[in-house]
Design a protein around this ligand. Sequence first.
Ligand code: SAM
Ligand code: SF4
Length: 394
Amino acid sequence: MFNFTATPPLSLYIHIPWCVSKCPYCDFNSHEVRKDIPEERYIEALIADLEQDLPAVWGRTVESLFIGGGTPSLFSARGIARLLSEVRARIPLKPGAEITLEANPGTVDQTHFSGFREAGINRLSMGVQSFQDGLLAAIGRIHGGSEARIAVESARRAGFENINLDLMFGLPAQTTAQALLDLHTAVDLQPAHISFYELTIEPNTRFFRHPPRRPDDDILWEMQTAGRSLLNAAGYQRYEVSAYAQPGRQCRHNLNYWQFGDYLGIGAGAHAKISNAATQTITRTSKVKHPRAYLDATGSDARIGSHNELSVDDVILEFAMNSLRLDSGFTRSSFTAATSLPYAVIETRVHTAIEHQLMTDDNNIIKVTEKGQRYLNELLQHWMPELPQHAETR
Ligand SMILES: C[S@@+](CC[C@H](N)C(=O)[O-])C[C@H]1O[C@@H](n2cnc3c(N)ncnc32)[C@H](O)[C@@H]1O
Ligand code: SF4
């Protein structure tokens, strides 16, 4: 089955599950703050959670750390400093590791940013979504466009030079010109990284129950392609379906996910994927989702929401779902390094996708074509073992 001689790089994800209010499109594990956030208690629970997870990663070093949410910027800088020092005391962090914190522009000021920087955060990811007040109101954001601009400038003054801005397109009644205007405004601020996400309507959201009027598919495609050209011309290279970066500024943490690296996940609803050379297994674990249940489970196995071992077929499909999002694709040896499996196990799948013009294999760089990117779901069908169109079952 698996044959690990070395394990893939390891990251650490920490989830903070609270927000000022719940955005109508958001399906993340985030809960509106009712009274106060139990910050101290939650940090205790995170540390206990990490301690219980450590045996699965003895001897390994964390190469990147990401504090996501929810809205981690609701935590105090003191709390984040304590969290980071408790983490460092328990697991080695690679020198110079990327340490990201997600921030909502409606929840931060200059002092707050300075405190995060002093705590050791070296990358900020800001949920801007749009700089246009009308569009922000239509998607229920708690901030206006100028607050987002001010937040970026304050973060810079506080010493952050590695900043990502999250933008969304395909917003209610949005035009292509409006989507491009947002990108222009973002580029003027010169962040190191821009994420340009298409708004998706997720079950369990207010937008699912009351769908807004969204641009049609052709307009969405136009926004995406024109957006990509604008960003390229401004020096931002796309490296994943929604991620653009200045040279050398790709998000190392997310790259590790997409390259099928390993990660620990602590906090309510956090996911982990760990390869183990001693047991020759790859396991996926998630923690219980609700913050209350997670807090109540501090220090006990009740914090585990799910735990399962991946089969070879699971791994092949999950590797595809991640690495096919990357513009750089993968190579025969990177497939083996990430999965421990010989390339032969996916050779026929790749061949079939190439026949359908969904992928190319150019000198051992195996990647998705433009057609494959547009029809990513169709492409993934070729990787599903049980479907009849899968080449090996023909
Ligand atoms: C956890 S949030 C980021 C930080 C913070 N919570 C905020 O919203 O300001 C991650 C990002 O996912 C994106 N996102 C969330 N829901 C989405 C959806 N339904 N469709 C597309 N992008 C979405 C948004 O751009 C958001 O900034
Ligand atoms: S988009 Fe961000 S701020 Fe809005 S509910 Fe989701 S996690 Fe919270």
